[in-house]
Design a protein around this ligand. Structure first.
Ligand SMILES: [Zn+2]
Ligand SMILES: [Zn+2]
Length: 329
């Protein structure tokens, strides 16, 4: 099968012809229809995340069809459409798994990081961590939901979704453009903070329902109940903190961020909180996919042939994308 492989961090991916993987016990073989390109893939390719399983097939926003099932798989059948997310497997018995926080499992496996992912024609996945997806939908449109959508949803939950009337989103890419649609559908006012001067992103945010869009260097026109930072820019943390009300949360939605500058304690005072979001749980998926369907989320995608994975990563790195890049094998 064709696959784009990271052989060494910092190098471009290489087109390889790999043997088609065999599903082990409890696994499914997935024929990939589409795989989204996430900023995390960029951090892995650039060597900003430790110890990827090199040589590695990246990609964890996988939409495909079950091509074969390993022994012991009863919930999924051949031909069925599934989504394979970042959380590839958990141990089931560490303190986190036992307390409903499998996203923090002590010995997890991550798709496209510690096990091969979706920049390929086929992959295997633990059947227990694959989500059933709508059969009729466009696979390219579904792909960004698999991480950008899920992580946006988890960030929104941790930001205190039920108590938010006005939400700030810092960085208006794949995750924000999905969450903006869900939040505004719930009647929440969304303010979008983009790279300074990025008019295209600001227009995009307003088109998706944001009441205001401006540069992240600008002050918010109104106080925020919560803010979510999707851009990997630590300097945004104290900036967002100054914009949230008493008791408000600033949630960092990315896996990697530049250092956070110091700031006066007064900006944190009055029970403001800063927190990070790590990974996802299967329960997040069970909550998120119906919400995305109910909100009629439409993802903005830029499809690339599988062989163009390096161009997709370069476009993401340079901020040339609106919405999400998706590889099609
Ligand atoms: Zn565990
Ligand atoms: Zn991701």
């Amino acid at each position: 099968m064709r696959a784009m492989v990271l052989e060494r961090a910092g190098d471009p991916l290489v087109l390889c012809n790999l043997p088609r993987p065999e599903p082990g016990p409890g696994e499914v073989l997935v024929r990939i229809e589409a795989c989204g390109v996430c900023r995390t893939d960029l951090h892995i390719a650039d060597g900003e995340l430790a110890d990827p399983a090199l040589p590695l097939v990246p990609g964890h926003e996988i939409v495909g069809r079950v091509a074969a099932t390993g022994t012991g798989v009863s919930d999924l059948r051949a031909g069925q459409r599934v989504g394979v997310p970042w959380l590839g497997r958990t141990c089931g018995h560490c303190r986190y798994c036992r307390t409903g926080r499998e996203n923090l499992c002590d010995v997890p496996e991550f798709t496209g990081y510690t096990r091969n992912g979706g920049y390929a024609e086929y992959c295997t996945a633990d059947a227990r961590y694959a989500f059933a997806l709508p059969e009729e939908a466009d696979p390219v449109a579904l792909a960004p939901l698999m991480c950008a959508g899920l992580i946006g949803w988890r960030s929104f939950s941790l930001a205190g979704s039920d108590a938010i009337e006005r939400l700030g989103l810092y960085g208006f890419g794949a995750a924000a453009h999905i969450l903006c649609q869900i939040a505004t559908r719930k009647g929440i006012e969304v303010l979008a903070f983009t790279r300074d001067g990025d008019r295209a992103a600001q227009d995009f945010a307003r088109r998706l329902g944001a009441s205001w869009a401006g540069g992240s260097g600008e002050a918010s026109p109104k106080p925020l109940d919560a803010a979510i930072i999707f851009a990997p820019v630590g300097a945004l943390v104290p900036r967002a903190l100054r914009e949230v009300r008493k008791g408000g949360r600033v949630v960092c939605g990315g896996i990697h961020m530049s250092d956070i500058p110091t700031f006066p304690y007064a900006d944190l005072w009055e029970e403001r909180q800063i927190l990070s979001v790590a990974n996802l749980t299967r329960a997040d998926g069970e909550a998120f996919f119906p919400q995305a369907a109910a909100a009629g989320v439409r993802t903005e995608t830029a499809p690339y042939p599988l062989e163009q994975a390096n161009a997709a990563l370069d476009d993401l790195r340079a901020g040339r994308l609106q919405g999400a890049a998706v590889l099609v094998p």
